[in-house]
Write a protein that binds this ligand. Structure first.
Ligand SMILES: [Zn+2]
Ligand SMILES: [Zn+2]
Length: 85
């Protein structure tokens, strides 16, 4: 396994690029989550942290050994991030 000291310049460059791209994606996700929550509030829904912001599933259900897998409820199936913001 390469550690931080013996990466090539090309490898370091890729980490940097990934860091910037993922940082941007996470920022978008945070913004989308805040907007989604605000939209629900506007129509009188305040389900709390656990409820799904995409379908109204009341509570995220974890999958054993895959605690961040998509919610296994049949009518939901949405991601952990859709329930937790
Ligand atoms: Zn759910
Ligand atoms: Zn859902």
């Amino acid at each position: 396994m390469a550690n931080g000291n013996d990466l090539t310049d090309a490898q370091k460059g890729v980490y940097k690029e990934n860091d910037a791209a993922l940082e941007e994606a996470e920022e978008h996700l945070r913004t989308a989550q805040q907007k989604a929550y605000a939209r629900l509030k506007e129509v009188g829904i305040d389900g709390g942290d656990e409820s799904c912001m995409r379908c109204g599933c009341p509570e995220y259900v974890a999958t054993p050994h895959h605690p961040l897998a998509n919610c296994p409820r049949e009518f939901c199936g949405h991601s952990f991030a859709s329930h937790h913001w």
